[in-house]
Design a protein around this ligand. Structure first.
Ligand code: CIZ
Ligand code: SF4
Length: 322
């Protein structure tokens, strides 16, 4: 505890000294989200993190999240120094979608519009026509479908098939998945729902279709927080990373939030509703990133050709969203 107090105080000091601002994802640990709030930073989903970082006047952004979020910040704000608590924090969707293979997949279907999720490398974004986040994916695909575009979707297959079902768009899906959401289990979720008949089930669409079927509300992190705030239920069973409970509880005080079951019957799962890479964003790592004079081990760099390539579909998304 005293270590924590030390790191928090030092981080506050260093943020001022370095003209830096802390941008944190909903899935980081509650104390990191609280620190971002206390210091005038932001806590949000990847779309809002990108916007906030671009618009904030600070010279340095410290991004508590995973690598693609730091890269997106750098792509949008090349003049800023972008630091991350650790450069080791990646994402199974990013790792599962290497540029060579994805590019070959796109080349094999040249008549398709390439839509990629934000959870991808800068190189994959540069190969795409559109970048989307889960908060805006449905609208963008609807827009493309209305123009009769055939779509390549990558990398999350669950989110892709959800959008395909919702829009009726013709989509070729890359077979990637999020190791956190992929672990939610429909059977155990149905059983839990029976125990809490007044509860509404909130599901992120990176979860398997069988889990989405049980949902009362399906949506991105921000949309699920909104649902907890607006639905009349007093209890919510939540199928997404449990980091979200911090902001969800703030938005819906007095309501009971329950984790959706993973792995079934207590069996081991790879992630158990908390992303192991998000969890790497600890106080000590943030302190170290800000304290080291060089900070090279924490600084995000994006190849300039990839950056300008990725900027096109990213800007398209931001313009569409606004
Ligand atoms: O699962 C993730 O990493 C999400 C939901 C990212 C985002 O778009 O905020
Ligand atoms: Fe990637 Fe899933 Fe972690 Fe999000 S929660 S960063 S999608 S592995």
């Amino acid at each position: 505890e005293s270590d924590k107090a030390f790191y928090k105080a030092e981080i506050k000091q260093l943020l001022k000294q370095r003209n830096a601002v802390l941008v944190a994802h909903y899935y980081t640990d509650p104390e990191i989200q609280a620190l971002a709030e206390e210091t005038g930073g932001c806590v949000s989903d990847s779309l809002e993190m990108a916007r906030f970082g671009k618009e904030h006047p600070a010279a340095t952004l410290i991004v508590a999240g995973v690598k693609f979020m730091g890269e997106t910040a750098k792509i949008l704000s090349p003049e800023k120094t972008v630091l991350m608590p650790t450069l080791e924090a990646t994402c199974s969707l990013d790792v599962g979608c290497p540029i060579e293979d994805f590019s070959a997949f796109c080349d094999a279907h040249p008549d398709h519009t390439v839509v990629v999720y934000a959870n991808t490398s800068a190189a994959v974004k540069a190969r795409a026509d559109w970048v989307v986040t889960s908060s805006i994916a449905l609208e963008i695909v609807e827009h493309l479908d209305a123009e009769d575009k055939k779509i390549i979707w990558g990398p999350d297959r669950h989110l892709g098939s959800y959008i395909e079902k919702q829009t009726g768009a013709e989509m070729l899906l890359w077979q990637g998945e999020c190791i956190v959401h992929d672990e939610f289990k429909a059977k155990a979720l149905r059983e839990l729902k029976l125990q809490y008949p007044n509860a509404a089930v909130l599901v992120h669409p990176e979860s398997p279709a069988s889990v989405v079927e049980v949902a009362d509300a399906v949506g991105s992190t921000s949309q699920l927080i909104k649902a907890a705030q607006t639905l009349p239920n007093d209890t919510f069973i939540v199928a997404t990373d449990k980091g979200i409970f911090y902001k969800m509880q703030q938005a819906a005080p007095g309501k009971t939030l329950i984790e959706a079951p993973t792995g079934g019957n207590g069996a081991t799962c790879r992630s158990c509703a908390h992303c192991p890479w998000m969890a790497m964003n600890g106080l000590q790592a943030i302190y170290t990133a800000l304290a080291s004079e060089q900070a090279k081990a924490h600084e995000i760099h994006v190849d300039e050709q990839q950056r300008t390539g990725a900027l096109v579909p990213l800007t398209r998304m931001l313009d569409f969203a606004s």
